[in-house]
Design a binder for this molecule. Structure first.
Ligand SMILES: [Zn+2]
Length: 285
């Protein structure tokens, strides 16, 4: 498959989940092999560029933050990253017009995907960059782990355990050959637990989170959002959405199987670092 960029400019704005402040971005087309690149103002300065690269991940507390060598940061890149990956966009420039985080919108990838579809995709001359997993790479412990292993195309198997929170979960399997990212994953929203709200408030975390952008589960394991859930297993699907966003920071399409138990942004980033540690683990295609 070829590389793709967007056909026309995209402008999006909304609240940042960390700051609670207004954030505004513009997405522009970009040439072959340039990847996804974020730019903070001033835009004519090379020091403002932060590449969507797993090596730039500097913080994974509640989101994925990337930082360049000059200390310039962009936060909450995981949902827009998943949208680029899911819609096949390999090259784009994201300008942060206001704020240092990506607008949280509805807490999923859906609005990003819809905006990309409205802008249209532009096929480019070169083939998409792929990386084939040659042998299993695993990271974590029995409480939380993730692995990549050889498989003919990208597929994922994710399990979570929220039984202590009164929430039943079942494994979720995604096969890129047969399933539809937009239909099956993109709409799965960020989620949290009502029992954590006091802690988050006290520590000034997730100031922009609300029932508009986060599914909140009460102590009875039921969603407190008046509209209910978009999928009966929305949390595990969101875990996969985050993982797809995080894995896309490899800057390659992964040909292999991702398997995880209770994954988070940290585990996903450590998994990529482990993968690239040894050239015997992978082959470029
Ligand atoms: Zn997320």
């Amino acid at each position: 498959m070829k590389q793709f960029t967007i056909k026309s400019l995209i402008s999006l704005e909304g609240i940042g989940v960390h700051s609670g402040k207004s954030c505004k971005i513009t997405i522009e087309p970009a040439p072959c092999n340039s990847g996804i690149v974020y730019i903070r103002a001033p835009y004519d300065n090379d020091q403002s560029i932060v590449a969507a690269d797993y090596k730039n991940v500097s913080d994974t507390t509640m989101c994925t933050r990337i930082t360049n060598e000059f200390g310039v940061t962009v936060s909450v890149v995981e949902h827009i990253s998943a949208a680029f990956y899911g819609s096949g966009v390999t090259n784009a420039v994201v300008k942060l017009e206001e704020g240092d985080e990506i607008p949280f919108l509805d807490g999923s990838s859906l609005h990003f995907i819809e905006a990309i579809e409205a802008a249209g995709l532009q096929e480019q001359s070169e083939e998409r960059r792929k990386i084939r997993i040659l042998r299993e790479v695993k990271i974590g412990d029995e409480k939380k782990w993730a692995s990549l292993s050889p498989f003919g195309h990208f597929m994922a198997h994710v399990r979570c355990d929220f039984s202590a929170r009164g929430l039943k979960t079942e494994p979720f399997i995604y096969d890129s050959a047969t399933d539809d990212f937009k239909k099956d994953i993109a709409g799965a929203r960020t989620f949290g637990f009502f029992s954590d709200v006091e802690y988050l408030r006290k520590n000034n975390l997730a100031i922009g989170a609300s029932l508009e952008n986060t599914v909140v589960f009460g102590n009875d394991g039921q969603a407190m959002n008046p509209e209910g859930l978009r999928y009966h297993d929305e949390p595990v699907r969101h875990k996969l959405l985050d993982a797809i966003g995080d894995l896309s920071l490899s800057q390659y399409e992964i040909v292999g199987r991702y398997e995880a138990f209770c994954p988070g942004h940290n585990i996903n980033n450590l998994l990529l670092r482990e993968l690239f540690k040894d050239e015997k683990n992978y082959a470029f295609e």
